[in-house]
Design a protein around this ligand. Structure first.
Ligand SMILES: [Zn+2]
Ligand SMILES: [Zn+2]
Ligand SMILES: [Zn+2]
Length: 358
């Protein structure tokens, strides 16, 4: 409230009652179905302040998450680079655009991390005893055994169909060898190990508002007269400071009254930094700042009381924030004295033009 008082611009009258600002308010009130224009008839503009602002700050951060997984597979004479185990962030990947709506994932085998071990399952012997025949290659024929026990001496001329009278049933699993190829190393005796890196990208978008007016975020968001004052898209790392970024971005803006940037920093930390899960980093940051010029107008309307703020007495205020799509003045107020009379019921608090209550 400590700002300079600018005389109402345009045709100046001693009492300020025909100021262009008041005309804008009259147009606004006329457009509102439930508003009565009476309080403006003899109203006078008492203060016009132009040092008001409303900024909309859109921020996109590209999150990159890297996870490493150990892969084990039979060794197949792959070359061993012997580069050791590097940090997962040491590898370069092509990043998607920051405003891409779809998530992207890329998986890469880190061949440079390869190493080998003796196969633990077969101890490097390539094979192990067949579990089916316990290494014997077969088992005695059950049917021949039964036949022998129940033989009535007459004998049977038919050979045993199960073992062909050999007395042994051969093991199919190991082809009677008693050994099977090691499934872990596929018979090579060695296991190859390496790391597989999965990289996932997704974008977080946030909108913050900064204003020294009473304009609610929704109004700022919808205001058609915003102007983009800065747009950047840059690489981002832990060492980058968002405070410094905002200081630079707002450097060209008016300093009086000062623009409080702490809220923006806090917003950024809350909506982006803390959202980065384990193994995730912010790798790109895009920011667009839009400015809405706002004029605060205070007017006096004798015989009316400010119910919203009793300290104001018979004074009221509104914010003018440019023109709408149909060239109409964009006004925000929350203390207009005659915006509803209740003539049409509580559910429809509408100030009828015929209403006699004042
Ligand atoms: Zn048999
Ligand atoms: Zn076997
Ligand atoms: Zn093995």
């Amino acid at each position: 409230m400590a700002n300079k008082v600018t005389p109402a611009t345009g045709k100046s009258t001693s009492d300020g009652s025909s100021s262009p600002m008041l005309d804008l308010m009259k147009t606004y009130v006329k457009s509102k179905f439930s508003y009565n224009a009476k309080p403006l008839t003899n109203a006078k503009v008492t203060n016009v302040q132009q040092e008001h602002y409303a900024y909309q700050i859109d921020i996109w951060t590209l999150m990159e998450c890297r996870t490493k997984k150990k892969i084990n597979q039979p060794y197949n004479n792959e070359t061993i680079a012997n580069e050791g185990n590097r940090n997962e962030w040491d590898f370069d990947f092509e990043r998607p655009a920051i405003d891409a709506k779809t998530k992207k994932t890329e998986v890469r085998n880190l061949d440079q991390t390869r190493w080998t071990n003796i196969c633990l399952k077969c101890s490097g012997f390539n094979r192990y005893a067949c579990s089916s025949c316990k290494g014997d290659g077969g088992k005695p024929c059950y049917h021949c055994k039964i036949k022998a026990l129940t033989d009535n001496g007459l004998g049977s001329k038919k050979p045993c169909k199960y073992c062909n009278d050999s007395g042994v049933i051969h093991c199919l699993k190991c082809k009677s060898t008693g050994l099977v190829e090691c499934t872990s190393c596929k018979g090579c005796g060695k296991i190859l190990h390496y790391y597989q890196l999965s990289v996932k990208w997704y974008t977080i978008h946030s909108v913050s508002y900064l204003t020294n007016t009473e304009l609610p975020p929704k109004i700022i968001h919808k205001a058609p007269d915003k102007k983009s004052i800065s747009i950047t898209d840059q690489k981002w790392s832990k060492t980058d400071s968002i405070e410094k970024y905002f200081q630079t971005a707002f450097a060209s803006q008016q300093k009086n009254p000062p623009i409080k940037l702490e809220q923006l920093t806090e917003d950024f930390n809350k909506k982006h930094v803390t959202k980065a899960k384990k193994n995730c980093r912010i790798v790109q940051m895009k920011c667009e700042i839009q400015k809405l010029d706002v004029t605060e107008v205070e007017y006096e309307s004798e015989g009316f009381k400010n119910k919203h703020d009793p300290k104001m007495g018979d004074k009221f205020k509104f914010y003018y924030y440019g023109k709408g799509k149909k060239d109409q003045p964009m006004i925000y107020e929350n203390d207009y004295p005659m915006n509803a009379c209740g003539c049409c019921g509580v559910g429809c608090a509408h100030h009828s033009k015929l209403c006699t209550i004042s």
